[in-house]
Design a protein around this ligand. Structure first.
Ligand SMILES: *[C@@H]1O[C@H](CO)[C@@H](O)[C@H](O)[C@H]1NC(C)=O
Ligand SMILES: *[C@@H]1O[C@H](CO)[C@@H](O)[C@H](O)[C@H]1NC(C)=O
Ligand SMILES: *[C@@H]1O[C@H](CO)[C@@H](O)[C@H](O)[C@H]1NC(C)=O
Ligand SMILES: *[C@@H]1O[C@H](CO)[C@@H](O)[C@H](O)[C@H]1NC(C)=O
Ligand SMILES: *[C@@H]1O[C@H](CO)[C@@H](O)[C@H](O)[C@H]1NC(C)=O
Ligand SMILES: *[C@@H]1O[C@H](CO)[C@@H](O)[C@H](O)[C@H]1NC(C)=O
Ligand SMILES: *[C@@H]1O[C@H](CO)[C@@H](O)[C@H](O)[C@H]1NC(C)=O
Ligand SMILES: *[C@@H]1O[C@H](CO)[C@@H](O)[C@H](O)[C@H]1NC(C)=O
Ligand SMILES: *[C@@H]1O[C@H](CO)[C@@H](O)[C@H](O)[C@H]1NC(C)=O
Ligand SMILES: *[C@@H]1O[C@H](CO)[C@@H](O)[C@H](O)[C@H]1NC(C)=O
Ligand SMILES: *[C@@H]1O[C@H](CO)[C@@H](O)[C@H](O)[C@H]1NC(C)=O
Length: 802
């Protein structure tokens, strides 16, 4: 979370580009500022600056290390024109020098670029064989894209070494990251160790060294914790949401020698951006430089920090719903507060009170016996030992108690698992099918004193959100632990939680040009168009009405923030600043389905498109109902809440009324939500509702997709026609053609039309149990499930009469 973003006064002198002040025997200083020649060198505060002035090479101390007593200096490259010292490459990342004025970066006799410390030993070298074309010498040049090249002095195509081939933690536009099929080597990013130490950290990112066209995230160079997905000719299958510029300007090469990706953005006309493997979260983050002097994370992968292996260290616990996302498990404390604060949690946590380990038969000390703390709904730690002998939870507990090195156990109904040593990769508030209950072994005193212990402030959004008044837009999903975090959090006010971006109000005001372009409005507020850096079009919803707004805000962030599907609208981020609550979505250029069906007379949607839209919506809802982590009932399906992208792919939107319900049980919801004309009858009668209320609404909407009209049509003289009733009757006598939108002039696939009509009738059956599930709807629309002719539902007639 802590991003290198604070600029210290002690290091700020390094930010000034410095023109070489000593005399050069053969060259004028004006042309030599981007080059180190055989006769010259860098030391102290001397730098070279790329020709266009974007990048600087020189000695620096890591940002954020000011205030600490020891100063380590590194040779690195950073942005010249950015007010926050941001290194993008480091040469001697593991071997700092302490006295830069006595150290020297120069070209050695063998033609390599070397760094010599104050004791005159070479501590870093490009270490290549340089063969000059002629008698000309070797030079070192910093280029305007941030690349440092060691090359022939008279032939610039003859490059012996370049920093782009040896990246540290940053992938700059114009650099490639790939795999060489001949040498079998791949370039990789390695995170910094922590905020102030650029030495290689625990996370790496590289192209699969086995030669598959995919990128891997590794922990300790051994364990893969995330893969960006295989290249399918078009996309990396798990990274399809990358910022559009990073996809649009991507050069992908797979030839006989190598495979790689090169983001070739036009640096002159583009906001400054970089991709960094973050030491703190193990995520790749794309950061963009904002006008208001800070870096903003616009994209991160993997989405959940808790996906990152061992991200909280031994006995640390990760949660997607608390902030900070790492904490120690009960009875444990942070082992090294300094390292932890710098974002290096590899040492994790340690026991506050040692175990008694009094064994099984030590009744004399009954009250002192170790006990167990129950942690339900967790992702169990890594590397358990399986005990075949214990056949019950009690047996499993005894087995753990009887071994002094056992720290925890879990019993899943048939298997007993025990953990010796550190618990790694534990995640709390983990509602997935592989979740379990962990019993953590603690000293008796730790279990007793639980009341007096400082409680961790972990609040799930659906339970309650703490938004301290006056704090600028620092709302983080699920409450905050202030205290020590507070100051740091304010400095780094961009916080990504599950990849949701937390925006400042002013940023959104700027992005929307002061909320000038209104896209629409509703009961909860208005929606405005905006544009983020890296050319991301957004729709910003400004919530109004304090109580309702707050409710809707929570509902949207807690449901939509955690899921991703091509047929569900993507929530990019949010802002919560005092009473100002805003939600930021991807922008949908084609408006809503209601706009397309009812308000557009020139571009009438053809049948094929309508059918694809119906399938897409059904897929999105099937995902919500059946496949994602929690079952989610949308509760307000209607054409206004279906948005369409440029290719008319439908996206279910507006989750302000959505309800999270646990898997496999229905939730009693008595307050009626939803919109008239789409509400299922059981809801009106106060019965518990299930996902089938969405099916009902979907059916009602399907009728409107078929007819291109609202279901309830005023016929004049206070008489109405209710289309679903008409349609059911027509269907029974076998006349579906007449139901089709007249503007289509009969142009529709008659099989599909019949399926759609029958399906719509099936969806609106009185008894929710008789209605299809969303996945059955998908199957039916795809022609893989037969649909019979239904009877006229009684509630239809009732609705028609009233
Ligand atoms: C660079 O260092 C020299 C001597 O150490 C000092 O005189 C000079 O002012 C410094 N230049 C800058 C720009 O800080
Ligand atoms: C230079 O590379 C060789 C092998 O390529 C290696 O053995 C040697 O340790 C390297 N030297 C330095 C200073 O990195
Ligand atoms: C290199 O320089 C030496 C002496 O300056 C000269 O004799 C030789 O011909 C030169 N070689 C090339 C390839 O220019
Ligand atoms: C410069 O080096 C490149 C690459 O080795 C070579 O193809 C080219 O002929 C050289 N040009 C000159 C003028 O020597
Ligand atoms: C990457 O793209 C940049 C900009 O288009 C280009 O100059 C550079 O040669 C490319 N690099 C590779 C390795 O293809
Ligand atoms: C990383 O792996 C090395 C061996 O490959 C091992 O010695 C080291 O302990 C590991 N680090 C951690 C934190 O587990
Ligand atoms: C890359 O190229 C190799 C051979 O040239 C081919 O076998 C492989 O399928 C290609 N991979 C992708 C992802 O295109
Ligand atoms: C019983 O517990 C006491 C302290 O509670 C401990 O000193 C003693 O070693 C234990 N005895 C056995 C047999 O474990
Ligand atoms: C406790 O468990 C460890 C790890 O499985 C094992 O090496 C050790 O022998 C066990 N100790 C006892 C007393 O059973
Ligand atoms: C419990 O774990 C064992 C061993 O991994 C596994 O075979 C079994 O299916 C699990 N049982 C349940 C109910 O998950
Ligand atoms: C997980 O499920 C439990 C019980 O089903 C519930 O109390 C908890 O709030 C859920 N957590 C999340 C993050 O959904």
């Amino acid at each position: 979370m802590a991003m290198a973003s604070s600029c210290s006064s002690a290091t700020s002198f390094l930010l000034f580009s410095f023109f070489l002040s000593f005399s050069l025997p053969f060259f004028s200083s004006a042309i030599s500022t981007d080059t180190i020649y055989a006769e010259t060198s860098l030391s102290g505060n001397q730098t070279i600056t790329s020709r266009g002035g974007r990048f600087v090479l020189g000695f620096f101390t890591p940002p954020g290390s000011a205030g600490t007593t020891s100063f380590n200096y590194y040779i690195g490259i950073w942005y010249n024109k950015i007010s926050v010292l941001t290194p993008v490459w480091v040469a001697n990342r593991a071997n700092p020098v302490t006295d830069p004025t006595a150290s020297e970066l120069k070209i050695s006799a063998d033609g390599n670029l070397v760094l010599i410390n104050q004791f005159k030993s070479v501590i870093w070298s490009t270490n290549v064989t340089t063969i000059s074309s002629s008698n000309s010498t070797v030079v070192v040049v910093i280029l305007d894209n941030g690349n440092l090249q060691l090359r022939d002095g008279s032939n610039s195509s003859l490059v012996f070494w370049q920093s782009f081939d040896h990246p540290t933690d940053t992938w700059l536009p114009g650099a490639k990251l790939g795999f060489n099929k001949i040498t079998k080597r791949s370039q990789h990013l390695t995170s910094w160790k922590n905020k102030v130490d650029p030495s290689p950290g625990i996370f790496t990112f590289e192209m699969d060294p086995t030669g598959n066209f995919q990128y891997l995230y590794l922990w300790n160079s051994s364990r893969i914790y995330w893969a960006a997905g295989m290249w399918d000719g078009n996309e990396f299958s798990s990274a399809t949401d990358a910022p559009s510029d990073y996809r649009a300007y991507r050069q992908v090469v797979n030839d006989t020698d190598e495979m790689y990706v090169n983001h070739t953005v036009d640096i002159a006309n583009h906001p400054t951006s970089r991709l960094v493997l973050d030491y703190d979260s193990g995520q790749n983050q794309v950061l963009v430089w904002m006008e208001n002097s800070k870096w903003m994370v616009v994209w991160a992968q993997p989405k959940s920090k808790c996906t990152v292996y061992g991200v909280c260290g031994p006995f640390g616990s990760c949660s997607d719903f608390s902030s900070p996302f790492c904490s120690c498990v009960k009875g444990f404390r942070i082992k090294s507060q300094t390292d932890w604060d710098l974002g290096d949690r590899s040492q994790g946590c340690e026991r506050k009170t040692g175990l008694q380990c009094s064994g099984l038969n030590n009744d004399s000390a009954h009250s002192e016996k170790d006990g167990f703390f129950e942690m339900p709904n967790v992702r169990l730690p890594d590397n358990p030992n399986t005990l075949a002998t214990a056949g019950s939870r009690e047996g499993c507990q005894l087995a753990c108690l009887s071994n002094c090195s056992c720290n925890a156990y879990s019993f899943n109904g048939s298997g007993c698992f025990v953990w010796h040593g550190g618990l790694l990769n534990l995640q709390e508030q983990y509602n997935q099918s592989d979740a379990g209950t962990l019993y953590l072994r603690l000293a008796a005193s730790e279990l007793q004193s639980s009341g007096s212990n400082k409680k961790r402030m972990v609040a799930h959004i659906s339970v309650g959100v703490i938004v301290p008044a006056g704090v600028v837009c620092l709302f983080i999903i699920g409450g905050l632990v202030w205290k020590r975090e507070r100051r740091r959090a304010i400095q780094n006010s961009k916080v990504v939680q599950n990849s949701l971006v937390s925006f400042m109000y002013d940023e959104l005001r700027m992005a929307t040009k002061n909320f000038s372009e209104k896209l629409g409005g509703g009961g909860f507020g208005s929606v405005f168009k905006g544009l983020l850096p890296v050319s991301i079009d957004i729709a910003v919803k400004k919530l109004e009405g304090l109580l309702q707004g707050e409710k809707q805000f929570r509902a949207e962030v807690s449901t939509l923030g955690a899921i991703q599907h091509v047929n569900l609208i993507r929530l990019i981020g949010f802002c919560s600043q005092g009473t100002k609550k805003l939600l930021v979505y991807e922008f949908m250029p084609s408006g809503s389905l209601a706009d397309q069906l009812f308000h557009s007379n020139f571009n009438v949607l053809d049948w094929k498109t309508r059918y694809q839209i119906a399938i897409g919506i059904a897929r999105g809802l099937a995902y919500l109902h059946e496949q994602c982590r929690d079952n989610i009932i949308h509760c307000d399906i209607k054409p206004e809440n279906i948005l369409l992208d440029a290719a008319l792919v439908p996206k279910v939107a507006d989750f302000g009324l959505a309800k999270l319900v646990g898997r496999n049980f229905s939730k009693v919801l008595t307050t009626i939500r939803g919109s008239r004309g789409y509400i299922a009858p059981e809801w009106i009668s106060g019965m518990p509702i299930t996902t089938k209320v969405d099916v009902y609404s979907y059916g009602m909407m399907l009728f409107e997709i078929i007819s291109g009209k609202r279901n309830l049509i005023y016929k004049g003289e206070s008489s109405y026609e209710f289309f679903p009733l008409v349609a059911t009757n027509k269907l029974i006598i076998g006349d579906v053609k007449s139901l089709l939108d007249q503007r289509l002039e009969g142009k529709a696939n008659s099989e599909e039309l019949e399926i759609a009509c029958k399906l719509a009738c099936w969806c609106i059956k009185d008894n929710e149990i008789s209605r299809p599930t969303m996945s059955q709807i998908v199957q039916a629309l795809e022609g893989n499930l037969d649909v019979g002719i239904p009877r006229v539902p009684r509630s239809l007639q009732v609705q028609n009469e009233s």
